[in-house]
Write a protein that binds this ligand. Structure first.
Ligand code: AHR
Length: 505
């Protein structure tokens, strides 16, 4: 449906019984890598006025709890592919300083595996731990599972107990390496080599602890020349010993072309559908019963810091690296990406916004404080209000031409939380000039009323939040924009806006 003048209308059609899937809360996960100031000066800064007795930043923890982040992927990323996990445990004074090859810095190992697990517990989140399949292999993968998940009486479990942790951590979710197709990855592999290594690593790790789940690397992004064949080959080699296949994707707007930038949710939607097709193709030819689901374990906007990162000095400790300062339009795309993943909740079971603090992150810190970037808001609001059943949301709306094909002016999804008697509609209006009038037949939710309509909008697409001006871009209450009359929700979605319309009994 192409837009003609005065057709700024969107009709949202749902049915209470037509559901896509229950949302797996891990779709609201995030990522902390030993990179830049994510760990050091991000979540961990002994001596800082906000640090607790362990050195964890309490102000940062509070913001993470506000988002209610269910899982955090760690310790990389590219970092993991030359990392020795043993360097990061035991007395801090004995831990080695290492040349860190992925990011050209020095790693002090003063924050490691045991600190991360302790920090997760204090934050109220769960770990997603990645093993090194770059410079290392199945033996080390086996040992780290033993260190984390075995009771004791054997070498690595006893090492954990000696380090002061009596009970096993029981880490459930394990990544089998990171972006192993990428030539930039330390120890990168061909699809056959990686498929075989992932298969064996998954098998041996599951022998140590049969309750764990494993995530194999898919392509590093959709533009990799091997995309498709890589996924197929890895699945053919490792189907029985993996549970999820990963997707990674970052978008940028260096060309200052906002309509095309915001249309990236169409590209993301196609990417997810293509990977689902490959998983199901291999399932069919292998005559398998089990589905391989998706772990979109790196996604975000990333381009603002590219130029300044080229000037970084090498071999220093935790420099300001990948510190994208997000603007208002980035928040719109992040909102659309979240909607896209929710619309695929039947197959996307895990997703990690990359990353969480300072490094391409919703939360920034300085020595004197922590603040929310623009992208914090759609991420926080979907995590807090987007749990329940995703309804099959049909969106009748005009489209515009983009380099990814026809893009809808409005992205939208509805999540129903029957248990808590709440229905939430998330929508992005990508039209830069015009408001859109939304209607949605809610007669099946007859006694539900609008409790809140929150809007994030700004006249300046490039507006940002800073430590001095942290509330420049933040949601405002627009509940007067929405009402339910005779079971029909009507609402105004302002031009260029992220909307959360909450209904309850
Ligand atoms: O998140 C930043 C980097 O992006 C990760 O280390 C890597 O996996 C990806 O290329």
């Amino acid at each position: 449906m192409k837009k003609t003048k005065n057709e700024n209308k969107v009709q949202v059609c749902i049915d209470r019984d037509f559901t896509i899937s229950k949302v797996d809360e891990r779709i609201f996960g995030s990522f902390i890598e030993h990179l830049g100031r994510a760990v050091y000066e991000g979540i961990y800064q002994p001596g800082n006025k906000f640090a607790d007795k362990n050195g964890y930043r309490k102000d940062v923890m509070k913001l993470i709890q506000e988002i209610n982040v269910p899982i955090v992927r760690y310790p990389g990323g590219n970092f993991v592919s030359s990392f020795n996990w043993e360097d990061s445990v035991g007395p801090k004074k004995d831990r080695p300083r290492r040349i860190e090859l992925a990011w050209g810095v020095v790693e002090t190992n003063q924050f490691g595996l045991d600190e991360f697990m302790d920090w997760c517990k204090k934050c109220g989140t769960q770990p997603m731990y990645a093993v090194n399949l770059g410079t290392r292999g199945i033996d080390d993968a086996k040992n780290v599972v033993e260190y984390c998940n075995s009771k004791g009486g054997t070498k690595y479990a006893d090492m954990r107990i000696k380090n002061g942790v009596k009970d096993p951590y029981g880490i459930k979710l394990w990544c089998l390496g990171n972006e192993m197709d990428g030539p930039w990855q330390t120890g990168h592999l061909t699809a056959e080599e990686y498929g075989r290594k992932a298969d064996l690593a998954g098998q041996i790790m599951k022998l140590v602890d049969p309750t764990i789940e494993t995530v194999a690397c898919g392509s590093s992004n959709l533009t990799m020349p091997t995309f498709g064949n890589w996924e197929r080959t890895v699945l053919e080699c490792a189907y029985d010993n993996i549970d999820y296949l990963s997707l990674h994707q970052y978008y940028g707007n260096a060309e200052h072309d906002t309509p095309n930038f915001l249309a990236n949710s169409v590209a993301m939607d196609q990417f997810i559908s293509q990977v689902v097709s490959i998983c199901d193709y291999v399932k069919a030819v292998k005559r398998k019963k089990k589905d391989i689901n998706l772990s979109f374990d790196e996604w975000n906007v990333w381009y603002h810091s590219n130029e300044q990162d080229k000037k970084l000095e090498k071999w220093v400790e935790h420099p300001h690296q990948l510190e994208d300062i997000y603007n208002f339009e980035d928040a719109l795309l992040v909102g659309s990406m979240l909607i896209t993943m929710l619309r695929h909740a039947d197959r996307v079971k895990i997703a990690c916004l990359a990353q969480l603090v300072n490094v391409i992150a919703p939360i920034m810190t300085s020595d004197t404080g922590a603040w929310r970037q623009t992208i914090f808001y759609p991420y926080m609001q979907t995590s807090v209000y987007g749990r329940g059943e995703v309804l099959n949301t049909v969106v009748k709306v005009p489209t515009y031409e983009s380099k990814h094909g026809d893009a809808p002016y409005v992205d939208c999804v509805v999540v129903a939380d029957e248990e808590n008697e709440a229905v939430t509609l998330f929508a992005v209006n990508k039209n830069l000039e015009d408001d859109f009038e939304l209607t949605c037949d809610l007669r099946q939710f007859a006694d539900y009323k609008v409790v809140e309509h929150s809007v994030l909008t700004h006249k300046d697409l490039e507006a940002v939040n800073t430590e001095e001006n942290p509330d420049n871009v933040k949601p405002v209450d627009a509940t007067k924009n929405s009402k339910v009359t005779k079971g029909i929700l009507t609402s105004t979605l302002p031009a260029r806006s992220w909307n959360v319309i909450r209904l309850a009994k």
